[in-house]
Each structure stands twice: as C-alpha cells, then as structure tokens.
Design a protein. Structure first.
Length: 316
C-alpha cells in the first residue's frame, strides 16, 4: 500500500503566467496616452510634477524596505512607479514640488507600507496622497492652470462652474472634453486618452469591464434623477481616470463579479451625490476611498456559493 502525502498551503492554489510586475507595467502602458496629453497641454511644469511624484514614491518605498523593514526592495515590481504616475495625474500641474513629494510620502509610507506593502493596503495609495494634499493645501490643490497658456494663467474647471450654477451645458463643447483642451488635473484633460487606455487594459485582460461601466451607470442614474447634463458629467473631472485606473485596483476592489458591480454602482452614485450636493465640485476620490473601506464586507457577503458555509450545511 503506497502512502500519499497531503500538502497544506495557503492560497493561491492556481497560478497563471501573469505576474504582479507584468500587470503593473500593463497599466503603465495604458496610462501613456494620458501622460502624453498632460505633458502636451501643460508642458514642463507637468513633467516636473510627474518626475517628482515618481521619484518620491520609489525613494520612499526603497528607504522603508531597506532601513525599516530590512527586507529585499520591492521597487522593481512597478507598484511604486504606478502609484507615482497616478498621483501625479491627480494633481494640478502648477502644484509646488515639495507638496507633490509630501503627497508621495503619504501615499507610499502611510497608505501602503504602513499596512505591510503591496497586497495588504486597505485604501488606494495614490488617492490617499491626493486627499491628504487636498485637505492640507486646498487652495493650491484647486488652482487649475489653463491648457496651452503661459505659466500663471489659471481658470475654473467645468465641475467648478457647474457647482456654482455658472455652467450652461449647451455652451460646453464636447470636443474639448474629449481632446483635453480644458482646465483640471493632469490626468482628467483627455477622455479619449483614458478610453484608449481602457481598451488596452480590456484587450490584455488586466481588468474587467464591470467596475468602470457600473461607475458610469451609477453616476448617470443620479444625474438623470437630478436633471444634470449626463455627457458633460461623464467626460469632466476625474470620473474616467478613477473608474478605469483606480477603482479597478486589485487589492482594494472586490473579487467577485457581483461584488464588482455593486462596488462600481456605489462609487458612481456617491460621486454624483458629492458633485451635486457636497462641498467639493469633485467626489471621485472620496467615493473610491469610501468603497475601499466596504470592500472586505462586499467580499464576505458576495462570495461564490461554492465557498458558502450554508451550502456545506445543506450538503451535510
């Protein structure tokens, strides 16, 4: 009689050829059109913000792993680089570089490494860095440069005018929203660039469509109920950037299809509610962070039935 060995080990038990660095670099490739548009419309100041954010994120993660955690560096997995790019795209191009660096340290040092590093963080690091800067330096974070204009010329965003009831939707040229010839953060200037990135991520199967599409559906539902311009609302602000590149973060989003849909719908609804009736003209960052906190509950109560204790009890 032969003896068999039973091996107990933690998940995952099924593996594919896709690695964490591969997924990170796919997302970085998908962000290239948005980065190119930001550099084109805002010039050298945007490049300074991007380089500072990436350098500060990578340096912070390297320093923490090297001197505090005393373990091999993780900067080459691409996650710190991706956080730096996403943080930069969530900032105005005229933000002082020391503020950019402070936001990067908060994103990596507090939101990511304090929880144990990649895979352990509860909240999206880039959004934690952005919200920290928005709360700490509200004037600097809401001073928006005008694209393709000399340095120092600033103006309101579409959402800012909408919040003040100074926006006539009929006068908004959708072509400007699509191409990016509008004021705003570095990553919200071109809807076409973000959609190209979305198509790339779907084609490479890095993300699924459920979360981004449900975010838009949730926003549209509130807009229709409130009588607000739907298309302008979708193409303005950080909705597409957040829905495509940050709400879909593997670590902080639900694992099941049903959970993803509930998560996305809630983000869209919360974003629209903040935009319509909140103190800030933009609510995407707050909506994603709020739903990041609900992700463990969504995973718990919307897990597949084959893992459900109730089914085991019935079978017994």
């Amino acid at each position: 009689m032969t003896q068999s060995t039973i091996i107990f080990s933690p998940s995952p038990h099924m593996h594919t050829g896709r690695t964490t660095p591969m997924a990170m670099y796919h997302v970085l490739i998908a962000l290239l059109p948005a980065v190119a548009c930001a550099l084109y419309f805002f010039g050298l100041p945007a490049l300074g913000v991007l380089v500072t954010s990436v350098a500060a994120c990578v340096a912070t993660e390297w320093a923490i792993t090297r001197f505090m955690l005393r373990r091999p560096t993780t900067v080459f997995d691409g996650s710190a680089l991706l956080t730096g790019v996403l943080l930069a795209l969530n900032l105005p191009s005229n933000l002082p570089l020391w503020m950019v660096a402070a936001g990067a340290v908060m994103a990596i040092g507090i939101a990511k490494m304090a929880f144990g590093g990649l895979g352990c963080n509860i909240f999206n690091p880039a959004l934690v860095g952005r919200v920290f800067l928005l709360i700490s330096f509200p004037v600097a974070m809401t001073t928006w440069p005008v694209p393709l204009q000399p340095d120092g010329i600033t103006g309101p965003t579409i959402l800012g005018l909408e919040k003040l009831d100074s926006l006539d939707p009929g006068q908004v040229e959708i072509s400007h929203l699509l191409t990016g010839d509008i004021g705003g953060s570095m990553g919200e200037v071109s809807a076409i660039a973000l959609i190209i990135g979305f198509i790339y991520l779907l084609a490479t199967k890095v993300i699924k469509w459920h979360i981004p599409v449900c975010v838009v559906i949730g926003l549209v539902f509130v807009d229709l109920c409130a009588g607000w311009p739907v298309l302008v609302d979708i193409l303005s602000g950080g909705l597409l950037l957040g829905a495509i590149f940050m709400a879909t973060d593997y670590v902080t989003s639900p694992m099941t299809t049903k959970g993803m849909m509930v998560y996305g719908l809630a983000i869209g609804v919360i974003t629209a509610v903040i935009r319509r009736w909140g103190a800030y003209p933009e609510g995407m960052s707050f909506a994603i962070l709020i739903m990041n906190g609900f992700t463990p509950l969504i995973n718990r109560y919307m897990r597949p039935s084959r893992f459900s204790p109730r089914r085991k009890e019935v079978a017994a």
